[in-house]
Ligand binder design. Structure first.
Ligand code: CP
Length: 308
């Protein structure tokens, strides 16, 4: 296995394509039960991982917990509202204390963009970004790309449409970097208030027309409206958003027969996607969630398990 060079996983913007592929390949080995990695529950034995989640989470936190336990490490999760941050302690002091308690790695979700980078400069243990504001959510993008690769065979040349609230989405940002590095043809689609035309300078196609954006796509990745990050409304009403940009059953006939539908969750049914499509055979949403365990096992093993 190639030597892993990074101390932390902060985002995909600065992670080279070959390192993204290394995580994906290792995740595949975990999923397939590669004999070289058995028994997996001894790979991180004796290590202690702290989940520091300052924003709500279901999928990411649980998948990181399962991944950590599957590798034989101890995992302790602290939620923001249950920590001494509520008593005025700084994030820096919190992290220094977590390190003093013997953490070998810290998984951080925080509303402030850049907070994982800041922590990585303050503590000696690896930091894994589990979502920082609207900046990046690298483990989510990696599991999305893993699922795309599994379903489409490869990423190179595939047409991937990311549809919805691009402006406030850390998932969109991480996917954009990752997919472009692996050679996908990415279209970003949504209302102009949630998709500034400047993003075209990143080398992607920008579309404000739902039909054009989905009809030739190999995969459509839907995004939730991130109300929690929006100071003001960016469209007249949810029902109008849904009418203009929601994926519903009548639109199914526009999609390629073999196209797949992804969503990082949580889904707002009836807004960005109707139940008929969310639960259809085109949907790989729950497969994404399950793949999140293997991708996070790979991330933890590379960052924490392979240290001298
Ligand atoms: N996709 C995602 O980050 O989901 P959670 O907020 O439930 O972790």
């Amino acid at each position: 296995m190639k030597k892993w060079q990074h101390n932390s996983l902060l985002g995909l913007e600065y992670l080279p394509a070959e390192d993204i592929k290394q995580i994906l390949d290792l995740a595949k080995s975990f999923k397939e039960g590669d004999a070289d990695l058995l028994p997996t529950d001894s790979l991180l034995r004796g290590k202690r991982v702290i989940n520091l989640f300052m924003e709500p989470s279901t999928r990411t936190r649980i998948a990181f917990e399962i991944a950590t336990k599957s590798l034989g490490a101890d995992v302790i999760s602290i939620m923001g509202e249950a920590s001494s941050l509520t008593k005025g302690e700084t994030l820096h002091d919190t992290a220094m204390n977590v390190q003093a308690l013997g953490a070998h790695g810290i998984i951080l979700r925080h509303s402030s963009p850049g907070s994982p980078l800041l922590l990585s400069e303050m503590v000696q243990v690896p930091i894994i970004n589990a979502g920082d504001g609207s900046h990046e959510h690298p483990s989510q993008a990696l599991l999305d790309i893993f699922t795309l690769r599994e379903k489409l065979g490869s990423i190179e040349g595939k047409k991937i449409t990311i549809l919805g609230d691009i402006l406030f989405s850390r998932v969109a940002r991480s996917n954009l970097w990752g997919l472009m590095k692996l050679g996908a043809k990415v279209t970003l689609a949504g209302p102009s208030t949630l998709l500034p035309d400047e993003v075209a300078s990143l080398g992607v196609k920008v579309s404000h027309n739902l039909h054009n954006a989905i009809e030739s796509a190999d995969a459509i990745m839907l995004l939730r409206i991130q109300h929690e990050r929006q100071q003001a409304s960016h469209f007249p009403s949810l029902s109008e958003y849904s009418k203009m940009f929601g994926l519903n059953k009548p639109l199914d006939k526009l999609l390629k027969r073999e196209a797949i539908i992804l969503h990082p969750g949580p889904i707002n049914r009836g807004v960005e996607i109707d139940s008929e499509l969310a639960d259809s055979s085109k949907s790989v949403i729950l497969q994404q969630v399950r793949n999140g365990i293997f991708v996070r096992m790979a991330i933890l093993y590379l960052l924490i398990g392979r240290k001298p």
